[in-house]
Ligand binder design. Structure first.
Ligand SMILES: [Zn+2]
Length: 291
């Protein structure tokens, strides 16, 4: 009995030990499984997060690349130029079209007006001797090149507020009547002078001042052939009266930058003619998120 009991007592702990051992192995294995599963799940979460971040980043870079994508304009007969990144429909755009059909706000005034460091009519107001500061350097370059060619230019009129434009228009209309005045001078809001990007140029002696005999002067001829190289376009050429809405003005130049001024010169188009090309480029810039 003693032996059997001892045997029984000896066997029971072994079974218990084996059971406990299996239990421990089971628990450890399950814990291990849970741990690994948890690790797997964390790993999968991390992969998913990284994938999402990569997707967001690549979408951002695609948008950025689209924003920076160059937009080109080819006017007939001219070299392809790169569109400037501006909304041309805003009053302060370098390429804004201001005409009888494209008025700007009468309240608009450029924020960067200054009297440029070139000859201006000192008997005019400081405001009318001013232009936008962005065209000072191009004007200096233009005047300096003209001077090297033997011509001394002067700005007769630069910026004009809508209020001053009204004074000029009303004064002319009083003497020649409204329809005739409308051919010669812009109504308020329809003058390029309000942009601060247009200048009436003259010889320093003011011979043929605001008169088309200016085109026959050396200064006038030099300007017609060279102004575009410095970013200025002859805005109201002869033969384009029906398109521009204004009579020929051999003295009125508008800054649009060298690329566009050159393309206008080479194509023989006015800014009015080129406007549909510009509008298309503007739409593409908008579509690309660039403006
Ligand atoms: Zn003018």
């Amino acid at each position: 009995m003693q032996t059997a009991k001892s045997h029984q007592n000896g066997l029971f702990p072994k079974i218990t030990t084996i059971f406990v051992a299996f239990l421990v192995i089971g628990v450890v294995s399950y814990a291990g499984y849970l741990y690994i599963s948890d690790q797997d799940s964390n790993y999968n979460d991390q992969i998913a997060t990284i994938s999402r971040q990569i997707a967001v980043k690549s979408a951002e870079s695609a948008r950025e690349a689209k924003r920076k994508e160059p937009v080109y304009i080819t006017l007939p007969g001219a070299k392809t130029i790169r569109a400037i990144v501006e909304d041309y429909s805003t009053d302060n755009s370098t390429w804004a079209l201001v005409s009888k059909t494209h008025a700007i706000s009468v309240d608009y005034a450029p924020s960067d007006l200054k009297i440029p460091d070139v000859a201006t009519r000192t008997d005019k107001s400081d405001a009318e001797r001013s232009v936008r500061s962005i065209i000072e350097k191009p004007l200096i370059n233009l005047f300096s090149a003209a001077s090297n060619a033997g011509y001394q230019l002067m700005i007769g009129s630069g910026y004009r507020s809508a209020v001053l434009q009204k004074v000029y228009f009303d004064s002319l209309a009083a003497s020649v009547g409204d329809p005739a005045a409308n051919q010669a001078i812009a109504r308020p809001g329809q003058s390029e002078h309000q942009t601060g990007l247009a200048v009436d140029l003259s010889t320093i002696a003011r011979n043929c001042y605001l008169d088309n005999c200016f085109a026959q002067t050396g200064d006038g001829m030099w300007l017609v052939n060279n102004a575009y190289k410095y970013g200025f376009t002859l805005r109201y050429p002869s033969g384009k009266e029906l398109i521009t809405g204004y009579q020929y003005e051999s003295w009125h130049f508008r800054y649009v930058g060298v690329d566009l001024a050159t393309a206008l010169h080479d194509s023989g188009l006015t800014l009015d003619d080129a406007w549909t090309y510009l509008v298309k480029a503007d739409a593409t810039l908008r579509q690309n998120g660039a403006i």
